[in-house]
Design a protein around this ligand. Structure first.
Ligand code: SF4
Length: 376
């Protein structure tokens, strides 16, 4: 797999890329927010960049510390079970990231002796590593002049050169990579890439770019216009699909509850949850809870009570998740995909964030802090 080499649509001959890089790097060194993974080795950069995809830096810090404490090397990560890796990711979302990171670590140990590859093609052949993550590892950890483009970089570059293509369109995206390939300097490429991202995250923000604080104002095309925030060209908003789900906490007289394991692929793949179904039209949450117990535990239930509901969003789905409690009328057959779990052992199971909220609210309110306000 090779990165395409194409020419940008803007005339970079007129752009002073040396001055741009100098100003950006000096600004970044003086103004960057302290992050645990700054100045780190290739493995640490890799883990942090995977966690930072789709997740804010402030949220990542706690997960990153715990993850690196348990898996300080590629060897340690490769040797862990998927269950333990997912438990460390529990609550961070987008679990395919964790599964791919784990698979890739095994490949790095098997094929590269535990050394994170330092070539673009080898990195791009690892699961879960695309051009952005490869660019971050190569430029930050290996000091190679390789570009990267994320949403922050796309916004800054679109404004600098007043680009009219949608950054997410095929042509627009190609153009952004071509421009950044020309701009990334031989000296300090990692600081340059991090500076571009930091500028987009803290100064050149989506709706209110603070041009007075920007180190490259005199080089910016959008700054010379009335409204720099009109770039990048806006895309149509995604339509959200509304869904109603129901989970059921089936208790045993001794206090244990039943968890079921989701298929290893797809949404929340490999995670555990209280039996959950999507509600049918006109089906009440209690009726859906009975169906969930029948379909997933193969038992009838009684004393079904609706106790709470949480709202959450997964990609373009807005999901209302009802939760009922109930007693089993028969003893479910446990095995690989169904576990009877004591309340004390629940934190050992990797759960998706909404299921963590149900666990905390219903079963362990004194033990766990409720992580966000829940309203219907
Ligand atoms: S001058 Fe303003 S619009 Fe241009 S890059 Fe800086 S903050 Fe963004």
């Amino acid at each position: 797999m090779t990165a395409p080499n194409i020419s940008p649509t803007v005339d970079l001959g007129k752009f002073n890329s040396v001055v741009f890089a100098d100003r950006l790097i000096n600004w970044y060194v003086a103004n960057r927010r302290p992050m645990r993974w700054h100045g780190a080795d290739a493995y640490s950069v890799w883990v942090s960049e995977i966690m930072l995809q789709q997740t804010q830096a402030a949220t990542v810090t706690e997960y990153y510390d715990r993850f690196m404490h348990s898996f300080p090397t590629v060897h340690a990560l490769a040797a862990a079970s998927q269950e333990v890796v997912l438990a460390h990711w529990s609550g961070l979302g987008y679990y395919a990231r964790a599964r791919n990171l784990h698979e890739a670590a095994k490949i790095v140990v098997a094929r590269h002796g535990g050394n994170v590859p330092n070539s673009l093609n080898e990195l791009l052949n690892l699961p879960g590593i695309g051009r952005y993550t490869a660019g971050a590892i190569l430029s930050i950890a290996y000091n190679q002049p390789v570009p990267l483009v994320d949403a922050n970089v796309a916004r800054v570059i679109s404004r600098l050169f007043t680009l009219n293509e949608l950054p997410t369109s095929r042509e627009g995206n190609k153009n952004l990579w071509a421009i950044t390939s020309h701009l990334v300097p031989l000296q300090h490429p990692g600081l340059f890439n991090q500076g571009l991202m930091e500028l987009g995250a803290t100064v050149c923000t989506p709706t209110a770019p603070d041009c007075n604080k920007c180190p490259v104002t005199s080089l910016c095309g959008a700054h010379a216009t009335v409204d720099p925030s009109q770039w990048p060209t806006k895309t149509a908003r995604k339509k959200f699909v509304q869904q109603i789900h129901c989970s059921v906490v089936v208790r045993q007289p001794d206090g244990g509850v039943y968890l079921v394991r989701r298929p290893s692929r797809g949404r929340w793949g490999g995670l555990w949850e209280f039996p959950r179904v999507e509600c049918k039209q006109d089906e009440t949450p209690c009726e859906a809870a009975e169906r969930a117990a029948r379909q997933l535990l193969n038992v009838p239930i009684t004393d079904v009570t609706m106790v709470t509901a949480v709202k959450h969003t997964v990609t373009h789905h807005n999901i209302t998740l009802y939760c009922c409690t109930a007693q089993a009328l028969e003893v479910p057959v446990t095995g690989e995909g169904i576990h009877l779990v004591s309340v004390e052992s629940l934190p050992d199971y990797p759960l998706a964030a909404p299921q963590v909220l149900l666990r905390n609210q219903i079963l362990c309110p004194a033990k766990f802090e409720i992580q966000q306000a829940l309203t219907l």
